[in-house]
Design a protein around this ligand. Structure first.
Ligand code: ADP
Ligand code: MG
Length: 395
């Protein structure tokens, strides 16, 4: 069976109750922001390419209230952050807002420090409750940043005029407060997700397009968490990124977004290392696949979409070399099941999750088959595209 996720409403109610127990009064603000899954377009973001994520029914909820002081008291109810789950800092002291311990609080402090309407944030009490698995590649970090920022907007009444700006501030928090040089996809989709839609994002000019998924009909996306930590070591990530930049430079192009398959032949004549050519081939073909997959989704050609998902995985495994034994097993087991249209790893790789498009009536068989084949302890989620960050009722 797939994991039954508590509804956003259930998480909301529980967060509000926890706030009352923790602080002895009722919260007057409640917000949520979703995690995400990328359907196709992997390692294309830092090459000015396209990505196609959708927002998940897994959310991070924050319930809270201003407390008429300059002190912020924030409790995370996530097991993943261990026992040091209460942080307290003085908002009027800029030094207290610097990154420090515990690490998880840096995402929150960063949002407070970078809130665009600086000086307007009062002290507050808050409880954080999330159903986004932490560290699984479904972007619990962006969900936390975007939820925090949405909470600050709700508390102060100062709401970002442009959703893009809100996403960009949250991304800068991840860069500067968590030290993670992430792309822009996670924050964009957590802010802009729309029920029933995927989001095509052009990482070059940040243009977005909502892509309706009404053609899915009797099909759905299944996310499988390998529960193997997604440790794309920063050196492996940087190596690949540098290879892409090197290839673009050899071609005299701004980025691999501007390169074509013919350019791979050009690279060969310019003494480009074979491994760099492979990395470039993944990026060039993946950018193309993402556009083709978007068109396939729009026209209801799911078979084509599934084939592109499969090709994406194979390219990530063979050319970009960021898959793992666990992810390959999950993907190949899924593909053995009748009714599976396509399957691939999602996220940066080396662990984390896979995403599979399949017929609804094949879900139970698929889960059974994959559980039998996979040695580890996988978790299964049915993923419906949902809305981005929003304020929730407090009653
Ligand atoms: P991912 O975004 O794929 O889940 P990351 O390593 O980018 O993985 O982010 C995980 C980190 O984000 C956690 O280690 C923790 O610091 C922080 N985090 C995410 N969700 C929560 C939460 N609900 N409470 C506290 N910290 C959280
Ligand atoms: Mg993250």
């Amino acid at each position: 069976m797939a994991t039954i996720l508590p509804s956003v409403n259930d998480v909301r109610v529980e967060a509000l109750q926890n706030f009352t127990e923790e602080f002895g009064e009722n919260a007057n603000i409640c917000v949520c922001a979703p995690g995400r899954v990328n359907l196709i377009g992997e390692h294309t973001d830092y090459n000015d390419g396209f990505v196609l994520p959708m927002a998940l029914p897994m959310v991070t909820v924050i319930a809270g209230k201003a407390n008429q002081s300059s002190i912020c008291k924030i409790v995370s109810l996530s097991d993943a952050v261990g026992t040091r789950n209460l942080v307290e800092f003085d908002i009027s002291n800029r030094r207290a807002l610097k990154p420090g311990e515990p690490k998880w609080a840096n995402y929150v402090k960063g949002c407070v420090a970078k809130f665009s309407y600086d000086g307007l944030v009062p002290g507050f009490n808050a409880v954080i409750l999330s159903t986004v698995p932490v560290g699984a590649g479904l972007s619990s970090s962006a969900a936390l940043e975007v939820a925090t920022y949405t909470f600050l907007e709700a508390m102060t009444g100062f709401v970002s005029e442009r959703l893009e700006d809100k996403a960009l501030v949250c991304q800068s928090v991840e860069h500067q407060f968590a030290g993670v040089p992430c792309g822009i996809m996670d924050q964009f989709i957590s802010v802009m997700g729309k029920e029933g839609h995927a989001l095509l994002l052009d990482c070059r000019d940040l243009a977005t397009k909502q892509i309706p998924m009404e053609h899915l009909d009797d099909n759905l996306f299944l996310i499988i968490n390998s529960n193997a930590p997604h440790k794309l070591s920063s050196s492996a990530y940087c190596e690949r990124r540098d290879s892409c930049f090197e290839a673009a430079k050899l071609l005299n192009k701004k980025s691999l977004r501007d390169a074509t398959l013919e350019d791979l032949e050009v690279l060969k004549t310019r003494h480009c290392p074979q491994i760099t050519i492979k990395r470039a081939r993944h990026v060039i073909t993946e950018i193309q696949r993402t556009l083709e997959a978007t068109a396939a989704l729009e026209s209801g050609n799911l078979l084509k979409f599934g084939t592109l998902m499969n090709e994406s995985h194979d390219s990530l495994r063979e050319d970009y070399e960021v898959s793992s034994q666990e992810l390959d097993t999950l993907v190949s087991a899924a593909r053995e099941v009748d009714g599976v249209v396509g399957s691939r790893l999602t996220g940066a790789g080396f662990g984390g999750c896979t995403v599979t498009l399949l017929r609804k009536d094949a879900v139970e068989t698929a889960i059974k088959h994959i559980k039998k084949t996979y040695k580890g302890n996988a978790t299964f989620y049915i993923a419906k595209p949902t809305n981005g960050a929003r304020q929730l009722e407090i009653k």
